[in-house]
Design a protein around this ligand. Structure first.
Ligand code: CDP
Length: 247
């Protein structure tokens, strides 16, 4: 988010470098139940982002001192693969991945019925295979589908998408260039049935009016993303049911 570049991010016709209009999100693909040995899983693409999520649990929480006698804890590990970015990323945990894991865990805790599983742990592994800005949103969107695929009781899914500002334009779902050289990045995650916000961050600067317009776009896009999440789960259940019927 430096805001300084000679690169034109939005041209005179209002078209962005990847051909999108300002209020257009990137193409999204979601598939539930892609891993045989996890309790639940999801593969998600949004633009050039590629994310794999695996869920285990509820199972006994280890280490024991992490247990909560009143509810399950959601342990998230967001991990960016070394090959996911253009400059090889040093493998392993860093401050950024710890922060993102924590905020994804908190967002998921708003929808998962953790009170049903005291002392248990629900473990969520998010692997960023390819990154192009918006990976915390992609990871969170994939994680809620993987949790539903694991059959874990939830109040709703959590679609997440960013809005922001590039070349003075309010834009939806920033790509890497817009994230690097634009003026603001605002990731948002919501509970669609109530329109409650479970994640909202802001990096950069926008006027209040611009932020209002950006959030309107992001809320609309989050609802559309939610439909794609639900379709992925419906396809998964239909496949499961027809497989069981033929056995
Ligand atoms: O991915 P997200 O937008 O949630 O988080 P960010 O910290 O704003 O990172 C924006 C983008 O920068 C990532 O999606 C990656 O494409 C890139 N990045 C990178 O190239 N190397 C890193 N070590 C971290 C991020």
């Amino acid at each position: 988010m430096s805001g300084h570049t000679d690169m034109v991010l939005v041209n005179d016709d209002g078209i962005r470098i990847d051909g999108r209009k300002c209020d257009e999100k990137r193409p999204i693909k979601i598939e539930a139940g892609v891993l045989k040995n996890a309790d639940g899983s999801c593969y998600l693409e949004i633009g050039k982002n590629k994310v794999l999520c695996a869920v285990y649990g509820p199972r006994e929480c280890r280490p024991k001192h992490m247990q909560d006698p009143t509810k399950a804890v959601i342990q998230v590990r967001y991990n960016m693969q070394a090959y996911s970015v253009s400059d090889r990323k040093r493998p392993g945990t860093d401050r950024r991945s710890v922060e993102i894991s924590k905020l994804i865990s908190e967002a998921l805790s708003s929808v998962v019925m953790t009170e049903l599983y005291p002392r248990a742990s629900i473990d969520v592994y998010i692997e960023i295979l390819q990154a192009n800005a918006g990976t915390r949103c992609a990871g969170l969107s994939a994680a809620s589908v993987a949790l539903a695929d694991a059959g874990i009781p939830m109040r709703d899914l959590v679609p997440a998408i960013a809005c922001g500002k590039a070349d003075g334009h309010v834009v939806l779902d920033l790509n890497k260039e817009e994230d690097n050289y634009g003026q603001a990045d605002v990731p948002l995650a919501i509970i669609p049935s109530t329109d409650e916000i479970v994640l909202l961050q802001m990096d950069g600067n926008m006027t209040r009016e611009e932020l209002d317009r950006g959030l309107d776009m992001a809320f609309g896009a989050a609802h559309e993303l939610n439909e794609i999440q639900r379709d992925a789960l419906k396809r998964r259940y239909t496949e499961k049911a027809s497989k069981e019927a033929s056995e």
